[in-house]
Design a protein around this ligand. Structure first.
Ligand code: HEC
Ligand code: HEC
Length: 301
């Protein structure tokens, strides 16, 4: 606040408090003629009549107390222009103190969990709960509150992993994020016809109904073009996050037209990095939660 504003605010406060005090004193010093006491003042509204009585003592003292309170408040706390108040209280200071208190309370718990390997945290309900809360706050917007994902967002509760479902890989995925990228292929594989052929072959990989003649042509293209990333068997490669095409689990939709669209337009999927958002201790806990979703079913395996 500039000095001008400060002076203005101080003047306003002083005038207000002085005004209130004056009003109070002026009213008390008015002597009521004993003959008029309790008589009507002649003011009447809607059948309610104003009688001439002094202000009740309790009311007067309440009024005095509010004035005293205001003065004490402005001495202790900031508010009187630029005067900081003798207690030195600030809202930022209070926030920092609360954060420090929370850290003192939770810091050691986080530190202990951080030292425990993720598979050993699976039996610790409290640790998994804390991880689950971070998940609900941040991850559920994309992966769903039940972590089952949806179109374009992977299901984290199954055993099908793009990058890998071991604790270290999950931590790495969350910390640094992932960029899933497949370039468009129509031009490389012979336009619309080529796309149709390869699509039939992809459908055949997971045992879906398909056109056998097209699939055979598509197989040759697959071996020369697609197998570099999806492997000759079509089972994918976690090192680059290329999905398994043989399990009939689809990230971008498994209909014929979905596969054709992926081949024509390519795919870009982004899992954001969280390295600037969460501490390693927090990432450790949310990773434990994610790990627990699929690991529990197999008795920790
Ligand atoms: C440069 C590596 C690369 C090549 C080559 C490649 N892909 Fe992919 N493909 C990927 C990646 C990575 C993804 C996953 C993208 C993501 O993260 O969502 C993917 C995803 C897909 C999907 C979607 C799967 C799903 O679950 O929805 C299909 C279908 C697919 N590829 C088919 C093919 C076919 C057919 C070819 C050959 C014409 C091919 N890909 C060539 C890397 C590749
Ligand atoms: C903005 C949306 C978004 C948010 C928020 C998000 N994710 Fe993801 N996540 C994705 C996408 C998209 C992918 C797939 C990336 C790819 O295909 O390469 C992914 C992939 C993953 C994977 C890899 C799955 C696999 O099969 O290997 C894990 C694990 C994961 N996310 C966990 C999390 C956790 C934990 C959080 C919260 C801290 C989170 N995600 C927040 C969008 C998101």
């Amino acid at each position: 606040m500039s000095t001008g504003w400060s002076v203005y605010v101080i003047a306003l406060i002083v005038l207000n408090i002085a005004g209130c005090a004056w009003l109070l004193l002026a009213n008390r010093s008015v002597q009521i003629d004993p003959r008029e006491k309790g008589q009507s003042t002649g003011h009447d509204f809607d059948g309610i009549e104003e009688l001439n009585n002094p202000l009740p003592a309790w009311w007067t003292w309440l009024f005095v107390m509010t004035i005293v309170f205001a003065v004490i408040y402005f001495i202790l706390y900031p508010g009187f222009g630029n005067f900081p108040g003798v207690l030195g209280w600030t809202s930022a200071g209070q926030h920092e103190a609360e954060v420090a208190r929370a850290e003192a309370a939770y810091g050691p718990i986080f530190a202990r969990y951080f030292k425990t390997p993720i598979p050993e945290l699976l039996d610790d309900e409290r640790a998994i709960d804390m991880g689950g809360r971070i998940f609900a706050q941040r991850c559920s917007t994309c992966h769903g509150s039940d972590a089952r994902g949806g179109r374009n967002y992977p299901n984290l509760t199954d055993d099908d992993w793009l990058y890998g479902g071991d604790p270290e890989t999950i931590v790495k995925t969350i910390t640094y994020g992932r960029n899933g990228m497949m370039p468009p292929f129509a031009a490389v594989i012979g336009g619309d016809e080529g796309v149709k052929d390869v699509t039939e072959y992809v459908l055949s990989l997971s045992g879906r109904e398909h056109d056998a003649e097209r699939a055979e042509r598509g197989r040759q293209t697959f071996v020369t073009v697609c197998s570099a990333c999806h492997m000759p068997t079509g089972t994918g490669n976690q090192a680059i996050g290329s999905p398994n095409l043989t399990d009939d689990i689809w990230l971008h939709g498994g209909r014929r037209e979905d596969i054709e669209r992926a081949l024509k337009n390519g795919i870009t999927s982004q899992m954001p990095a969280h390295v600037d958002m969460y501490t390693p201790e927090q990432i450790h806990l949310v990773a434990a939660y994610v790990y627990s979703l699929s690991a529990k079913k197999h008795g920790g395996g």
